[in-house]
Design a protein around this ligand. Structure first.
Ligand SMILES: [Fe+2]
Length: 256
């Protein structure tokens, strides 16, 4: 009998849909935005002291570009990189400027431990709907083509497949066929991850993991036609990315 010992994995944490406001104490659907985020961050620090970096997959602020300064104030003291991409409640230009340096910053491409993570912008000005502009698809194609030996996680804000929650699925990535048209040409894609739906989601497509993480604030009830608040507490998703391409993941929620 032989046993296989996997080398140490890359440890990554995904937080999403913070909806932070410029002033502390705001609520969304009755849920305290700051309290949810603080509880999630405390749990991450407690359970994942060896995390390599975090991903923040959009809706970092709630329609207030001034809130990026608070985002930095809250996340910088964690002392590990937080790589950010925008959602439909963000301001991509203001976000890029506010998060241009330091631990908390907008990023497009991370390479570490035999993996690459590609961060796409699925937001589109003036609409909450998801769309991957030609430049985003071209970036994806280029990075997949030039890193054939890197196991790959593709990160974006909007869901590229139906979440079975019809009011949210009206906003899913509209040109998802073009997106998967690129992915399907590369066998080294291991996962696609997103936020936006404020709920946990997992599925598989052609051997690729399709994963969403719960929000750090309000949770939305899945599989209902109209918006409904779920009574689940805030949470996050953790990943262990092994050099051989093995991906382990799970969702952790804080107390209610
Ligand atoms: Fe959101």
């Amino acid at each position: 009998m032989s046993t296989t010992t996997l080398a140490a994995p890359l440890r990554v944490i995904q937080i999403t849909d913070l909806h932070l406001k410029a002033q502390p104490g705001s609520r969304i659907c009755g849920v305290d935005v700051d309290a949810g985020l603080n509880a999630v961050l405390a749990r991450i620090q407690d359970k994942h002291p060896g995390a390599d970096f975090m991903l923040a997959t959009g809706d970092l602020v709630g329609d207030e570009p001034e809130a990026y300064a608070r985002l930095r104030q809250i996340l910088e003291p964690l002392g590990l990189p937080v790589y950010c991409l925008p959602g439909n409640h963000d301001f991509p230009a203001a976000m890029s400027w506010a998060l241009r340096d330091g631990y908390v910053r907008r990023e497009r491409h991370i390479v570490a431990g035999g993996w690459q993570l590609i961060l796409l912008d699925s937001s589109f000005p003036g609409t909450p709907d998801g769309h991957l502009a030609y430049g985003e698809l071209a970036l994806l194609d280029t990075l997949l083509a030039t890193g054939p030996d890197l196991h790959t996680v593709v990160c974006l804000h909007h869901n590229p497949v139906p979440s079975q929650t019809s009011w949210l699925d009206t906003m899913m990535v509209g040109n998802h066929a073009a997106f998967f048209g690129v992915l399907d040409r590369y066998p080294h894609v291991r996962a696609v991850i997103w936020g936006h739906i404020h709920a946990e989601f997992s599925a598989q497509r052609n051997g690729v993991e399709l994963l969403a993480a719960p929000a750090t604030c309000v949770q939305f009830k899945p599989r209902v036609p109209e918006p409904q608040v779920d009574d689940l507490p805030p949470g996050y998703r953790w990943f262990e990315l092994y050099p051989d391409g093995t991906l382990r993941t799970g969702v952790e929620r804080v107390a209610g």
